[in-house]
Every structure is written in C-alpha cells, then in structure tokens.
Design a protein around this ligand. Sequence first.
Ligand SMILES: *[C@@H]1O[C@H](CO)[C@@H](O)[C@H](O)[C@H]1NC(C)=O
Ligand SMILES: *[C@@H]1O[C@H](CO)[C@@H](O)[C@H](O)[C@H]1NC(C)=O
Ligand SMILES: *[C@@H]1O[C@H](CO)[C@@H](O)[C@H](O)[C@H]1NC(C)=O
Ligand SMILES: *[C@@H]1O[C@H](CO)[C@@H](O)[C@H](O)[C@H]1NC(C)=O
Ligand SMILES: *[C@@H]1O[C@H](CO)[C@@H](O)[C@H](O)[C@H]1NC(C)=O
Length: 493
Amino acid sequence: MRSATTLAATGALVASVAQAQVVQWDIVKRQTAPNTLTRRQANTFTEVITNEKLRGGYFATCSVGTPAQNLTLQLDTGSSDIWVPSSSASVCEQASDDGCTFGSFDSSKSTSFTVVGEDAFSISYVDGSSSTGDYITDTFQIGGATLDNMTMGLGRKTDIPYGLVGVGYALNEAIVASTQSTSESYDNLPVLMQKQGLINTNAYSLWLNDLDANTGSILFGGIDTEKYKGDLSRIDIYQDASSQAYTSFTVAMTSLQAVSSSGADTLSSSAFPIPVVLDSGTTFSYLPTDLAEQVWQEVGAEYYSNYGVPLIPCEMENSAGHFSFGFGGSGGPVINITMDELVVSLADGDPYTFPSGQYKGQAACQFGLQNFSSSTYLLGDTFLRSAYVVYDLVNNQIGLAPTDFNATDSNVVAFPSEGAQIPSATAAPNQAEVTQSSSLSSPTYGASGGFKDDASDEESAAAMLPPAFDWSRIVVVGVSMSCMLVGSGFFLL
Ligand SMILES: *[C@@H]1O[C@H](CO)[C@@H](O)[C@H](O)[C@H]1NC(C)=O
Ligand SMILES: *[C@@H]1O[C@H](CO)[C@@H](O)[C@H](O)[C@H]1NC(C)=O
Ligand SMILES: *[C@@H]1O[C@H](CO)[C@@H](O)[C@H](O)[C@H]1NC(C)=O
Ligand SMILES: *[C@@H]1O[C@H](CO)[C@@H](O)[C@H](O)[C@H]1NC(C)=O
Ligand SMILES: *[C@@H]1O[C@H](CO)[C@@H](O)[C@H](O)[C@H]1NC(C)=O
C-alpha cells in the first residue's frame, strides 16, 4: 500500500467497444507447475492461475515480447500496472538465491519492445518492497489473448523476483501517483482488453477456490454461474474520499458473526461500517483491532507482539465453526468463512510448535484474520477464497456470492455490452441505510466453546512431535500487501 496521494480529478476510463466476448485466465498455486495457455472454446480464453499459499497471491503464466518470453506473474486487484522484472535486475542475476525463477524479461531480445517513459515507472509496497524502471510497451499475451502495444513497467531495480498483473482502476496506476496527474493514466489491462474488442465492458470475476485446491480463475468480461452458490448480490464500491474518484475496490463491511455448535455471537467494532478493500494481492485479511481481538478470543488465537501476528494451533483447521461477513447493510450479501480457510501453515512441509503458554508443544499455524491500524482495512485471500467476486469497474459495483469450492462445471455469461449491469445479480436492498452508527460492546463469547470442541473432536497426531518453533521463520513468512491508494473517511461521501 503506497502512502495516500491526492488525486484531483475523475476520469472516464472506458471507451466504446466491439463484440461480446470473455477472456478467462486460470490461476494456479505456486507449488504446482504453472499451467499453460489454453484456448478452451470459441470467443473465450483460458489461462491458469496459481495459488501461492505462503507468500500470498495467485500466479499465472503470461508472455511478453516478440518472440514471446514466458513469465509467471502475480494477479493483483489492489494495483493497476503490469510490471515485469528485467533480466538485468540484480535480483534476477543473484546466483546465491534462486534468482527470478518465475521468469524475467530480456528487452534486448524483443523486436516489438519500445520504451515510452524512461525511469518513469516506480511502485512501492507497504511491506517495503519496490520496483523502479521504465514504462515500456510490448506485446502481452494472457489466457490465449494477445494485446499489442500493452503499457507495462520494466523493473530494472527491484527486490521482488517476480512481476505483477495489476487489474485495478486505471487511476490507481503508479504513474498517476508519481506525477500527481490523472491525465498520465494509460489504458491498463482490462481497459485495453475492452478497447481491443476482447471483452464488452471493463469487468471481471475472480474465483480463487479452496485453500487446498490448486487452481482458480479470473474471467474477464463475464461471470461463471456454476462457480458460486445462491445469487449474486450487488454492492457499491466507494470513492476515495480525498480525490472523489474510484481508485480501489473499497466496499462497506456491515456485520460479522462468529458461529459454532455452541452458539452465534454478533461481534462489534467502533469502525462499523468498515471500509474494506477486496485485494487479491494480499495474503491475509486485516480488520480493526477491536474486532480482530474478539475474533481471536472466539477461536483461541494468540497474538504474538514480537512478530505482529496471531497464531493458532493447526488442529483448529478441523473446527466446524465459521465467521459470517455481511456487506452493504441488512439483506446484503453474506460470506461464510470456515476455519479450514483461516488456519494457514507457516511454511511448506515442517510444522512448528508453540514454545510456551497454553499451546506449548502443539503445532502452530498463522491465523488468517489479522489486525491493522488504518482507516481502510483489507480482505485478502483468506477471505476472497470463500467468495465469488465480480468487479464491475464501469458501474463501480461488486457482485458477491458464496463460492462453490472445487466446482467443475462452467456456464460463462458475458456482460452483453459496455456498462451493462452484472448478469444475474440483484442489488443489496438496504445500502442507502448504511451509516456510521456502531458502538463497541463485548460479545458473550457463546460461540467460543464450540469452535474448540469441534476441533478437538478430531484426533491430532500428538505423538509425532514437530520440531521446535523457529521464530525467525515467522518474519520471513510475512505478508505481501499490494499497492493501493488508501482513502479515508468514506462515510462522508
Ligand atoms: C512458453 O509457453 C508456451 C506455452 O506453454 C510454450 O509452448 C513455449 O514453448 C514456451 N516458450 C518458452 C520460450 O519457454
Ligand atoms: C503504442 O503505444 C504508444 C504509447 O501509448 C503509442 O505512442 C503508439 O502509437 C502505439 N503504437 C501502436 C502501433 O499502437
Ligand atoms: C477441494 O479440493 C481439494 C483437493 O484438490 C481438497 O483438498 C479440498 O478439501 C476440496 N475442498 C472442498 C471444500 O471440497
Ligand atoms: C452462513 O452462515 C449462516 C449462519 O451464520 C447461515 O444461516 C447461512 O445459511 C450460511 N450460508 C451459507 C451459504 O452457508
Ligand atoms: C494488533 O493487536 C495487538 C493486540 O491487541 C496490538 O498490540 C497491536 O498494536 C495491533 N496492531 C496493529 C497494527 O494495530
């Protein structure tokens, strides 16, 4: 997340376009081999994205240049530029490390490469990482679709060994922030896809699938009615308060319930309705501290201040309890997040144990709902996996429904035209009544016992003691947060 920048204008981001089509890009977990580009059926395009469980993010293979150079890039709804690491960047040349195993771009080998902004590209992330270099144009291929003359960043100096595909609002491009000028904004990926006639409107759907599953997908220009349960509900995206422009996918989270076999607790926060950004580039989810503390108490997670993370016994993934996230006021969409989506391994392979305290000797996992001090909070992959999310950047609306995990059927419905509403979705009925009126009151924690009882019903492999907890690894596991312009005080709008 970049520091907030003031934008001065709004902008019509989208131009008129040709025929109704969709482009699907499948995403795959990093541990598996990246899938290849495949074209599934006439007028639709498919690619596979990978779920990178630990460092966060969903990856897919794209290609850049002529002849095409393959790169595996992270999909990010929280930023708006495509950028690729340059082969000459020192992070890619480091022999000691793995270098850029996801691929890097050698501009000298591309005949279609043009520099359009020397030293004009500069992006930095809240975790301290950054990438700087040139803005370039070149051929970009995604999901079997080819975009000529795609504007991208070329990371000549970066500490991130892989590139990103940012699909957010064009006004959130790094160039707009660094020049403080909205007129510098260019046609980013979804805008260009529309202009080149691959899709009808600037909208896409994201299906991340289960924590344990390997693939999800992003479908540009359409929805897949077989990938969610029930009906899609539409809620409004909020403008950035200072710029009065749409720059991030900020929506109003209006309730949170903890539900287990022993009861249901309505949790409270002085921050309700909470402005939350739906951000696929962030691994965990970040709630206001007053709310996060209630969540941790419900499930028995312990906050470790030395490392700034809540930890939880790994066996809690067997808990049958869940959290119900409500959006857009009463009657709005509700997304249930079960405990198996919230208990995240600290590292591949080896488990770690709690060194002391009530869980001494038990395997430790990271808890997926963390806390953050900010006026804008983030719902990252630990939330997004349980939701089917449609991003409509023309009507500035989000469509939400509970995901259908591991769905294998497909029924793709394209947006019929530019500016068309999200197909099959109905508007949340009481959004207008969403006002800041909440106060903090402690729940009774009636649900708390049920979370733990359910988990301990399962036999845990206590006999097989894992190695001692390696605290140094926690920091490494860390969090990748995406680049965003953060608004504040959206209630004023
Ligand atoms: C890039 O990926 C495509 C599709 O998987 C493959 O056919 C091609 O050989 C790859 N190119 C290189 C240079 O690895
Ligand atoms: C490619 O994009 C650049 C910068 O936007 C523009 O100057 C150039 O005319 C474009 N070329 C083609 C072939 O569209
Ligand atoms: C989805 O599939 C994965 C294996 O690919 C499995 O581990 C997981 O339990 C499945 N999830 C659900 C909710 O069925
Ligand atoms: C979500 O949980 C609530 C209880 O909090 C339940 O009433 C509802 O049916 C659940 N929804 C789904 C889709 O499972
Ligand atoms: C998160 O919560 C802990 C424990 O309540 C608190 O000490 C810490 O300051 C909070 N962190 C942030 C970033 O708000």
